[in-house]
Design a protein around this ligand. Structure first.
Ligand code: AKB
Length: 339
């Protein structure tokens, strides 16, 4: 008898780290993880089994399928926006072909145990593309179906994988009488920039916010790669993880969409700098905009409309901007670096 488990890909990454911790604290869920890297020591004891390998390795996925009955997939593995611009073909392979492999895996799992597999997919504000700053200012809170014109490979990958998820959920092998859709219960969140007190991101374009805070906490100088007025939505990592779990737990009949915006606050880079300097007086934070990374941030909305997530599954982030700094980021980061 195969063991029922949750599968988390990209488990060694930022969201993975927080999700494994939160799910294992919750107790009862046996977790199987997959990542190119081994798990941190502190995570290892929290999971039933870790597979070090690639989501592009179908034999590896088959061996997981043979051993475990996967009820839920949290498919977090991805190359983020900045990194993907340096290696767009690899990004496409990992972000799109990898997701296709996992959707096919979920479909087969659903078929083998007769229940739809819940498939959580982390999309991103990178799925949006606003053509210029004037339009960005005019657009205000962007809704899910507006401005779906990404300018990055990562954004294109995210948007396309949302459609792949819709295909697997609703139209899979629609001409095959033996087969039917509905074995993959696809649910996605378009994440804003995420800020964790415990991990530092790598390869993203929203990374300036967490990098600024972690650098200041370690007494290191930081040259921010976007302009002081750059503005996109953000959220503290614990709220992002609660949002994943809330969406995953929502009854299907409550969901009016497959893909949901979420946000908590949307400070400018200068506003983030001021909060960091309040917490770490004398922190050496300057601005040295990188024209290309700035252009990516400029194409992302200044804010998103997350009304649907609030209504359908009760999105309600605990941390606004002030609370995120005062109650979560600063105390946790201070403890982390012993400052
Ligand atoms: C990135 O910057 O690439 C990510 C994202 C916004 O999806 N953090």
């Amino acid at each position: 008898m195969r063991k029922p488990v949750v599968l988390i890909t990209g488990a060694a990454g930022e969201i993975g780290h927080a999700l494994v911790t939160r799910l294992s604290d919750g107790g009862s869920t046996p977790i199987v993880t997959l990542d190119l890297r081994p798990l941190d020591e502190e995570l290892e004891s929290r999971v039933t089994r870790h597979f070090t390998g690639s989501i592009l390795d179908r034999n590896l996925l088959d061996s997981i399928l043979a051993e475990f009955a996967v009820d839920r997939v949290f498919h977090l593995a991805a190359l983020l926006s900045t990194r993907a611009e340096f290696t767009p073909v690899t990004a496409h392979q990992v972000n799109v072909e990898g997701t296709l492999n996992l959707l096919e895996f979920a479909q087969q799992q659903g078929q083998s145990h007769g229940r739809p597999v819940l498939f959580f997919y982390p999309s991103s504000i990178a799925a949006y593309g606003l053509p210029d700053l004037e339009t960005k200012a005019r657009a205000g809170k962007v809704r899910e179906d507006e401005w779906n014109l990404p300018i990055t490979m990562y954004g294109c990958n995210k948007l396309y994988c949302e459609h792949l998820g819709r295909y697997y959920a609703r139209h899979y092998k629609q001409l095959d009488a033996e087969s039917h859709a509905g074995r993959v219960d696809f649910r996605a969140i378009r994440f804003p920039g995420l800020i964790s007190a415990l991990t530092v991101p790598s390869g993203g374009t929203s990374d300036y916010a967490p990098e600024m805070i972690h650098a200041a906490a370690q007494g290191k100088p930081y040259a921010c790669f976007v302009r002081p007025d750059a503005r996109i939505p953000f959220m503290a990592m614990p709220d992002a993880v609660e949002a994943i779990l809330a969406l995953a737990a929502a009854p299907p009949e409550a969901l009016t969409r497959l893909v949901y915006n979420i946000t908590a606050f949307n400070p400018s880079a200068e506003e983030i700098r001021e909060l960091v300097i309040d917490a770490f007086p004398g922190a050496d934070i300057t601005f040295k905009p990188d024209v290309k990374r700035q252009a990516i941030v400029d194409s992302w909305p200044a804010d998103v409309d997350d009304e649907a997530a609030r209504k359908d599954w009760g999105l309600s982030p605990r941390y606004g901007l002030e609370e995120a700094f005062r109650d979560y980021l600063i105390p946790t980061i201070r403890r982390r670096y012993g400052k």
